[in-house]
Design a protein around this ligand. Sequence first.
Ligand code: ARG
Length: 460
Amino acid sequence: MSKKAWGGRFSEQPEDWVDAFNASVHFDKALIQYDVQGSIAHATMLAKQNIISDDDCHQIINGLKDILKDYEEGNLSLDVSLEDIHLNIEHELIKRIGDAGGRLHTGRSRNDQVATDMHLYTKEEVTKIIELIDSFKQTIVDIAEQHVDTIMPGYTHLQRAQPISFAHHILTYYWMLNRDKSRFEDSLKRIDISPLGAAALSGTTYPIDRHETQSLLNFSSIYENSMDAVSDRDYIVETLHNISLTMVHLSRFAEEIIFWSSAEAHFITLSDAFSTGSSIMPQKKNPDMAELIRGKVGRTTGNLMSMLMTLKGLPLAYNKDMQEDKEGLFDAIHTIKGSLRIFEGMIDTMTVNVEYLQQTVYNDFSNATELADYLVNKGVPFRTAHEIVGKMVLWAIQHNIYLLDVPLNQYQEAHESIESDIYDYLKPENCVSRRISYGSTGQASVKHQLSVIKQQYNTN
Ligand code: ARG
């Protein structure tokens, strides 16, 4: 008898290199615990429905548990010629318990089996990603709480724009990650569905109970259409998208960390524990972790594109193309989990160069909008004020000074309403604290923002 589960119809064996091309066991072994879990649920239901005997069911369950244990202890070798993890386990089970093992696949196909494994796996991993995002968010909040009063330059076009609070800046990433988290949570509705019992595509003639396996496996809903159950990979596309977008957010943050830690900015100093050196330049301390996270977005986004392309034009129901859904998802999940952990550690241990930041905002023109607002408060139309300030900035640049150094007579020449209180008005910390609009960078607004975040935590 052929070793292959489908060997009966075949008179010739594929050569080893053909088997190797067809096989997925070298990566789908990652699904072993879900495969065993799915099979135990299936066998339990088959016995309950009197499709197999209680004794067979008992042997199957014990056999599967032993196989999993042996695998985890490194005592089970997997065979490429047995194609995938499903057939490897089934073959091993039959080897160990004989005919009872041969009854496990009654009323089931590898098509609903692999779909079940992937749903269980994705559900568990997405839940872990949500936990990591939560912890990352908390670290951002902790840092923000310490830096409500730390003033730094805010940028647009990577040109100094207006002074802002450091807390306000990094809380932006809190909100991005908050949206990411809610996207992952929402996606669980479409992940947490049982395909088991759809069989190959059309269902089965055995009196199986799909709702029973749904509840044994703790799935919150069930596919209503057996063909949809085995053909749906939308939840994988969606997870890859959610991972890619979160990674895009991390890459934006990573880019800031890289810039902030450069000698040009010197806004932060990364801990040695999250930096690396150069093999030739002894002075170097490189932000490799941040760069790697920025770089890894290429892979996660590539995995999303490749899944979309694999599905494009696929007819119903199962096609072997679908075996290609795994490596990209496994890789993306591994990547995002590592990136979230590393990023959190990196910002948790960085030093914010508060004094330096405080002084750096005195050395730019990011208080120019304030000068215009000052004039507006004196009754000058904003457009006219903009023009006056623009000229003033030009004059200061030509004289190699900043707005706080411009003599009062020069100001009064520009507009008679400017008085000596202008110097206090233009101080960066005052520019920030005057921002009282809802959601703004003013210290009071940022404190309110933090209280909104706290409330969210309390209601969650
Ligand atoms: N290894 C396959 C996959 O990952 C399992 C399903 C195979 N089904 C089949 N009819 N060949 O997609």
